[in-house]
Design a protein. Sequence first.
Length: 145
Amino acid sequence: MADINEISVEKKFSLVELLMIIMIVGIIFTIIVPLSMSNKNHKNMAEAIYNLQLIAQKDVEFYNNPDNGYYAFDVSMLNIDENQFKKTDGDFIFDYTLTDSTVVATTNEKFGIEGAKISYYLPRGPWALGDDKVSTSTFDNAWLP
């Protein structure tokens, strides 16, 4: 019989197929990136909540100690060891302020978004986000304890 010569054809991607793959990968990234940012913000908020609880606890201890003679209005007066605070890359991503009725954590430039606020009302809550757009767009109110 006669030899049959087989012709092998290499199939390459067409431009349409390549564009479809790029589009699918782009769609996947548009779903994954916001989820990872939300997860990161949730972890950062958990860090701020821990630190606010620590400040509030020390403030109540300071207030209940009759030897102090006055009420603490400054975080530095509470003698909180910096090692107790959670840190991200050695730098604080929140600035903390203490008044007579509230402890406030405000994001700074190390967080990436400045001005988002989480408040804790002394002595036992409640928790609240800042009323501004930065706070409500950065943090989810459902993350508060």
